[in-house]
Design a protein around this ligand. Structure first.
Ligand SMILES: [Zn+2]
Ligand SMILES: [Zn+2]
Ligand SMILES: [Zn+2]
Length: 308
């Protein structure tokens, strides 16, 4: 994520700021211009625990992000998911995708799963359900350990599930199905059975030749959603690097080759930086060429290069 400027004093402002740290001005993020304004038409959820700092969308009391929520009650656990959602929606907008008006209609249900009442994170015909119990750091850590997924995060969930929506919304327009099948396989493979088989399988590492993650090997839809999430990880992290160093021209991202060649040293750096601070590696992946080609498919879809 780039840094923003305070409209009142021009000091640096971060994406989640409600106020300018320098001059104290009350600030509101405006998606259309990707910048901050002094608050005059805040989202209704600004006054909740979620402290949404976006402007209300035209004709709505909620912002573009909160207006996608289904009956959501803001709690401590929904905060991090809403931040992840705003971050990813801004990213999609920057990549040329505005969900409003696209079918299937994109909606989010933020629900808290409990032992008696588990919630399954997933996507169904535009509705993305997220289990916000993973917004609790200790609970998330337990699941990361249980599932051997140290990289599991709310932001990763939002990006992955948006990949399922993107696939359904864009198949046939941003990419052709036969091209998709030549890269990811036939998505008509029965999905529920594929997941059942996947969970019955031991992780022997053989997936590494063809997939970005073990879960990606379960079904072509999951493979696509995982590749989609990785494309957003790469794009988002490079934007942060580029804005902090201002060393590389943002237009370089037009080419996936350039983008990926910048990404590899960045992954080493962020992993090493985290290890130096005693934190786990945020990007513990070593993608094969085939897995990289799948991420390239997603990059090409955003750039309209998959149409024939
Ligand atoms: Zn200021
Ligand atoms: Zn909002
Ligand atoms: Zn999935």
């Amino acid at each position: 994520m780039k840094c923003f400027k305070c409209p009142a004093c021009s000091e640096r402002v971060f994406f989640a700021n409600l106020n300018c740290n320098a001059c104290g001005a009350s600030l509101m993020y405006t998606p259309a211009s990707d910048s901050f304004r002094v608050t005059d038409s805040p989202c209704k959820k600004r006054e909740t625990i979620e402290q949404c700092n976006w402007e209300s969308a035209n004709g709505s009391t909620f912002c573009l992000s909160c207006s996608l929520d289904v009956d959501e009650t803001p709690t401590e656990l929904t905060v991090v998911f809403q931040q992840s959602k705003r971050r990813t929606l801004r990213q999609l907008h920057r990549l040329g995708i505005q969900p409003s008006g696209i079918e299937p209609r994109l909606l989010f249900a933020l629900e808290e799963g409990t032992a008696d009442n588990p919630v399954t994170t997933g996507h169904s015909n535009g509705l993305i359900t997220l289990d916000v119990s993973e917004g609790d750091a200790e609970h998330l850590q337990r699941i990361q350990d249980q599932m051997s997924e140290p990289y599991r995060t709310p932001l990763g969930h939002v990006r992955h599930e948006l990949g399922h929506w993107f696939w359904q919304a864009m198949a046939g327009s941003l990419f052709e199905l036969d091209h998709f099948r030549s890269v990811f396989g036939d998505e008509n493979t029965p999905y529920q059975q594929a997941l059942k088989d996947h969970y019955a399988q031991l992780d022997d590492g053989s997936w590494k030749a063809n997939y970005i993650s073990f879960y990606a090997s379960s079904h072509p839809w999951e493979d696509f959603a995982e590749s989609f999430a990785h494309f957003l990880h790469i794009d988002g992290t490079l934007e942060t690097m580029q804005s902090s160093m201002q060393a590389t021209d943002e237009s370089d991202r037009a080419s996936f080759e350039t983008m990926y060649s910048q990404w590899v040293p960045v992954t080493t750096l962020i992993n090493e930086l985290n290890l130096s601070m005693g934190m786990p590696e945020p990007y513990p992946f070593a993608p094969s060429q085939i897995a990289v080609d799948k991420i390239r498919f997603v990059a090409d879809a955003f750039q309209g290069n998959n149409k024939r």
